[in-house]
Design a protein. Structure first.
Length: 304
């Protein structure tokens, strides 16, 4: 009887010690926790993460799109829509604990791409009313065609041009502007789209050899332009036989552009964010062929 009582007492003591040890070790372990605040839930979406963990020394974040961070409170940019599982690992010495939360990013209503440059990024809308140019541009971007190509022709007060595959890794001073993917895109010139500042348009060869005004398969330009007044618009309307809407006139007067190119080239998009980046590129020093003395590279990412 006494032996049984002793065994029970020992078991109770061991259980109490284990319980106390569990409390001790749990109390020493880090406690991960976070909240997030999206500036927008539509791609491209910037999400700020607020770390509310306790007793941790280091952190490891996984954002669900193969991107990671070790910052205390990171800000992350989601370029594509989807359901993402965000993981925060709180670390203290050899102890680690993980918490996960889901975040939903939706696709934009417009067709968007981000043009990334050393001077910053431009967010560009591609027009659905120019489907051939839109689809071709997206196809090339998704294939990585534009990665590391140059803005090979830059004219301040006019436009910046790129998309020549021969520009990738081109030695300094090499003449550029004749390359392409081996095909042209049928013209989609529309009176609805004009060359106001920030317009994205397709480059092409001249009317003498290209009377159908087909576009280059890959080369494009973005309009910087100059200030525009009513007289200039009236001259262009008379010369080109076009008629601007009140909205187009207002845009030209407010933003400037290159109306002399209207009705001659396909405008298939516009910069919706990052006109300051356009201005920075347009002001770089260039040689006598208008090629920047220091390479200005690009990468184009499709926002899905």
């Amino acid at each position: 009887m006494r032996l049984v009582q002793r065994n029970i007492k020992v078991k109770l003591q061991n259980t109490l010690l284990l319980f106390i040890a569990g409390i001790y070790f749990t109390g020493c372990a880090p406690i991960p926790n976070f909240t997030y605040t999206p500036e927008s839930t539509v791609a491209p979406a910037i999400v700020k993460f607020e770390n509310q963990s306790e007793k941790a020394e280091n952190y490891a974040w996984q954002f669900g799109d193969k991107s990671t961070s070790t910052e205390l409170e990171p800000t992350h940019r989601y370029m594509a829509s989807g359901n993402y599982e965000v993981e925060l690992k709180a670390i203290k010495g050899k102890k680690e604990r993980i918490i996960k939360q889901k975040i939903v990013i939706t696709a934009p209503e417009q067709c968007l791409v981000e043009l990334q440059t050393p001077f910053g990024n431009m967010l560009i809308e591609l027009f659905n009313s120019t489907p051939k140019h839109r689809d071709n541009f997206i196809k090339l971007a998704e294939e990585g065609f534009y990665d590391s190509l140059l803005f090979h022709r830059v004219i301040s007060g006019f436009m910046v041009q790129g998309g020549d595959p021969d520009s990738k890794g081109a030695v300094a001073g090499r003449a550029l502007g004749m390359g392409g993917p081996g095909y042209q895109v049928d013209a989609e010139i529309s009176p609805d789209h004009v060359h106001v500042k920030g317009a994205l348009a397709a480059a092409r060869t001249g009317d003498q050899i290209n009377p159908q005004r087909k576009s280059s398969g890959s080369q494009f330009y973005i309009v910087q332009g100059r200030p525009v007044d009513e007289n200039m618009l009236n001259v262009v309307q008379s010369r080109m036989g076009i008629r601007y809407t009140d909205e187009q006139k207002a845009a030209y007067l407010a933003q400037g552009g290159t109306p002399q190119l209207d009705a001659q080239y396909t405008v298939f998009g516009r910069v919706v964010q990052g006109l300051d980046v356009l201005d920075k590129i347009a002001e770089v020093a260039t040689d006598q062929r208008d090629r920047p003395l220091e390479d200005v590279t690009m990468k184009i990412v499709v926002i899905k």
